[in-house]
Write a protein that binds this ligand. Structure first.
Ligand SMILES: NC(=O)c1ccc[n+]([C@@H]2O[C@H](COP(=O)([O-])OP(=O)(O)OC[C@H]3O[C@@H](n4cnc5c(N)ncnc54)[C@H](OP(=O)(O)O)[C@@H]3O)[C@@H](O)[C@H]2O)c1
Length: 316
């Protein structure tokens, strides 16, 4: 089968199209014939990061490193212990994250409990999009922050992959949503359901918002310190990047915040909740660009640029 292997850590020139063996499934896995994949900022991070590839992907001697976790496709084989899926099912999920899922391939071996059935009303590209990014938004707002109706929720990078799902999920739970982005993203962020928009180039978000029940922060640097100012005393602060240590921890403690530095995890039950919202139209994937399998390096370059609107998807 065709796969895009990572020949060594580095730039997107290290992503190389190669013929490799089809994966052999374990008893708890299904074999998916891939129809669509999606790309995340973490793909580029891992591509450059030797420590990550050694510790988390742990390629065995002679084994090719293959990035990618977000898969949608058709089940062509089921392991002996699999009861939830059968051959011919259309499925999607974030597979084996943060391990070696080998998603950039024509066939992917996926644990059945990382998957959900693809709703019939959405395309494979929309399904592949709603995996790592949608799960992060779900786990951040629902599993950790325990979002409630009427919560005021500030979502940073609201035009991006995680952000556009986070707006829609927060609205599903009856929250009041404020999204941050550049001026060019204003209409898009409001179209996703946000009640207010803040242009980060023109206004300090913490000058406008000081009483959020929940802030979802996904921006590097001292941004998290500024986000602490936007949460009300005793509120919830979810970080996708910063760790709550030293000055950040002290400041959060002084406001008695509940703080969560989350790392998204593969979870079929959460995928099924996302599938329900996709099926009833409350959650929609916005796919801004679609690339061919051979153009995965170009797709990674685009995501590395940090200006993605919604999601970038690969179609096979
Ligand atoms: N810990 C975890 O488990 C986890 C999971 C998923 C993602 N992440 C991390 O979270 C971050 C976001 O992920 P993603 O997939 O949503 O990324 P993404 O799709 O690449 O996000 C791009 C968006 O970020 C916006 N943006 C850039 N700088 C901004 C700023 N200062 N304020 C507000 N918006 C800004 C851009 O909007 P404009 O074009 O309008 O500037 C763009 O729409 C990434 O760093 C990713 O690695 C972590």
């Amino acid at each position: 089968m065709k796969a895009i292997i990572l020949s060594e850590n580095g730039g997107t020139d290290k992503l190389v199209l190669k013929e490799v063996n089809k994966p052999v499934i374990a008893p708890n896995e299904v074999l998916i014939k891939t129809k669509a994949l999606s790309i995340n900022p973490v793909d580029g991070f891992v591509r450059k990061n030797e420590v990550y590839t050694k510790k988390k992907l742990m390629p065995q001697p002679g084994e090719e490193m293959i990035l990618g976790w977000d898969v949608a496709g058709t089940v062509v084989e089921t392991g002996t212990e699999v009861t939830d899926f059968e051959t011919g099912d259309e499925v999607f999920g974030m597979v084996k994250f943060p391990g070696h899922a080998k998603g950039y391939a024509e066939y992917v071996a996926a644990p059945a409990d990382h998957l959900a059935l693809k709703p019939s009303n959405i395309s494979y590209r929309e399904a592949a999009a709603a995996t790592l990014a949608a799960l992060t938004a779900w786990q951040g707002l629902v599993t950790y922050a325990k979002i409630q109706p009427g919560d005021k929720v500030l979502i940073h990078a609201a035009a991006g992959g995680v952000g556009h799902y986070a707006i829609q999920i927060a609205k599903h739970f009856g929250a009041y949503v404020i999204g941050t982005g550049s001026a060019a993203s204003k209409d898009f962020i409001l179209s996703q359901g946000a009640d207010e928009f803040i242009d980060y180039n023109r206004e300090k978000f913490e000058d406008r918002v000081k009483d959020a029940n929940i802030v979802l922060d996904s921006i590097y640097g001292d941004h998290i310190l500024r986000s602490i100012n936007a949460v009300k005393h005793g509120g919830r602060l979810v970080s996708l990047l910063a760790f709550f240590e030293s000055e950040i921890a002290e400041k959060a403690k002084a406001k008695e915040l509940l703080t969560y530095r989350i790392a998204v995890e593969s979870n079929g039950d959460d995928m099924k909740e996302i599938a329900k919202l996709l099926a009833n139209g409350e959650l929609k994937s916005y796919v801004s660009d679609v690339y061919s399998f051979e153009d995965i390096p170009k797709a990674q370059d685009k995501v590395d640029g940090g200006k993605t609107r919604g999601k970038i998807v690969i179609e096979l």
